[in-house]
Design a protein around this ligand. Structure first.
Ligand code: DHB
Length: 279
């Protein structure tokens, strides 16, 4: 996401916007093809392309009228020190919170390769919390046997919220060429196909931790948002739907939720968080 595209999403009605994940060094990412539409979602393996966190905060600071925009800086790294350093730099760029991408499904030596190990997740979160004063979110991978163990580890490390979930490891094969579609072969599946998995993860995590959960994975309508809230999410992220549908998804979600709450006699979003538990 360029700084300009963050503004477009903000103006479309999002309550906050999250940057593409940023690392200490610039990365060009993988060769094309990096994304494939499989009809029920996308599989992508971009390879964490980004201009590096130093350059990105320069881009952010040149964005006109950015005061008032709530920006969450996403960072990645391969060890607790790198995460802490990247978080520290992005924090100086005026973001309101930092999200730790411990869950990119295919990047070697970073992302899920560190984020599948609860001990490392705890160390990473704790190193970042010792370095910055902003709220810290841990974005977790669903590509594990027990995502609650990761969530508890992030909470022990001092995370202020859990973001669940990042993409699921997936592949598509071109039957004419008889080879994998993506240059990296394996990528991360997002979009409507993963929503039931994401809902299950949010539900389990909400039972396992006391900190807020931010739900994501396949949100395309206000109904999906309500489902995540009932599963125990306090907020949701919308990503793939921006490309899968369009920017109207934010207005439609905001209006749909308000009408749902009013129709059921609730005052605010808070009133329905986690209501499906114990039902
Ligand atoms: C990439 C990063 C992710 O966190 C993800 O879920 C999928 C792809 C990437 O940059 O390749």
């Amino acid at each position: 996401m360029t700084a300009k595209s963050l503004r477009m999403v903000w103006e479309a009605g999002a309550g906050a916007v999250v940057t593409k994940s940023l690392g200490l060094q610039p990365r060009t990412g993988y060769a094309n093809p990096t994304i494939v539409d499989i009809g029920c979602g996308f599989i992508n393996a971009m390879g964490l392309p980004n201009p590096g966190v130093h350059e990105y905060i320069r881009e952010l600071s040149s964005l006109p009228d950015r005061e008032g925009m709530v920006i969450v800086g996403s960072v990645y790294g391969s060890d607790p020190g790198q995460f802490a350093e990247a978080a520290d730099i992005v924090a100086q760029g005026g973001v309101k919170a930092v999200e730790l991408n411990v869950s990119c499904p295919h990047a070697k030596g970073m992302g899920a390769e560190v984020g599948q190990d609860p001990c490392l997740v705890e160390e990473i979160v704790s190193a970042v919390k010792d370095t910055i004063r902003l709220p810290v979110f841990a974005k977790l991978t669903p590509n594990v046997t027990n995502i609650s163990d990761l969530a508890r580890a992030a909470e022990r490390g001092g995370a202020d919220a859990i973001v669940a979930v990042n993409t699921l490891r997936a592949m598509a094969i071109d039957i004419e060429a008889q080879r994998p579609v993506l240059a990296n072969r394996v990528g991360g599946l997002s979009g409507p196909a993963i929503k039931p998995v994401a809902i299950r993860c949010v539900y389990e995590i909400a039972e396992a931790v006391g900190i807020p959960v931010i739900g994501c994975g396949g949100v395309t309508s206000w109904r999906d948002v309500v489902e995540f809230l009932l599963a125990g999410a306090s907020a949701v992220q919308i990503g793939t739907a921006i490309a899968y549908r369009d920017l109207k998804v934010f207005d439609e979600a905001n209006n749909g939720i308000s009408e749902y709450l009013a129709g059921k006699g609730y005052k605010e979003v808070k009133d329905i968080i986690g209501l499906s538990h114990g039902a």
